[in-house]
Design a protein around this ligand. Structure first.
Ligand code: NI
Length: 136
C-alpha cells in the first residue's frame, strides 16, 4: 500500500535536490526519494553484516603466471557464496570475470578482498546489492 507523508526542507536544499532529480532523469521527487531510501537500506544491510547479494568484477591478464588458477581456487574456497561466474576472453591477453555472490556481507567483502588482492588483477571491485527483501 502506498502511504503519503510530507517533508520539510530548507529552500536551498530543495533546489539542490531538484537539480539532482533533473540530472538523474527522475520523473518526480517521490521516485527519487524512494530510490535514496532503498540505497540507504542496502548500505545498512552491508554495514550490519546481513544477507546480501553482489557482483564482483575482475579484469586480468591470463598470461600472469598462476593467476587464473588462483582466481579459481579462491572461488572454490568460497563456493557456498558463488551463485554464478561468467568469464569473457576480451582479447588476446585480457579476461573479464563477473562473479555473482550471496551471503553475509563481511564474508562477501572478504571474498572480494582475496580476489582483488591477487597479483596481476588489473581492475577489481564489488557492486554491493541486496536480496531485495527489505526493498519492496
Ligand atoms: Ni579469458
Amino acid at each position: 500500500m502506498l502511504k503519503r507523508f510530507s517533508i520539510s526542507l530548507e529552500e536551498n536544499l530543495l533546489e539542490s535536490f531538484d537539480a539532482y532529480i533533473l540530472a538523474q532523469s527522475y520523473n518526480n521527487r517521490s521516485e527519487a526519494i524512494r530510490d535514496l531510501i532503498r540505497k540507504s537500506l542496502v548500505k545498512q544491510a552491508w554495514e550490519n553484516d546481513s544477507q546480501v547479494m553482489g557482483v564482483i568484477t575482475l579484469v586480468y591478464d591470463h598470461h600472469q603466471p598462476q593467476l587464473q588458477e588462483k582466481v579459481t581456487e579462491v572461488q572454490h574456497n568460497f563456493h557456498q557464496h558463488i551463485v554464478s561466474t561468467t568469464h569473457v576472453h576480451m582479447d588476446h591477453s585480457f579476461c573479464l570475470e563477473v562473479i555473482i555472490v550471496k551471503g553475509k556481507a563481511k564474508e562477501i567483502q572478504d571474498l572480494t578482498d582475496r580476489l582483488t588482492a591477487l597479483r596481476g588483477i588489473r581492475d577489481g571491485h564489488l557492486a554491493m546489492s541486496s536480496t531485495g527483501k527489505e526493498l519492496s
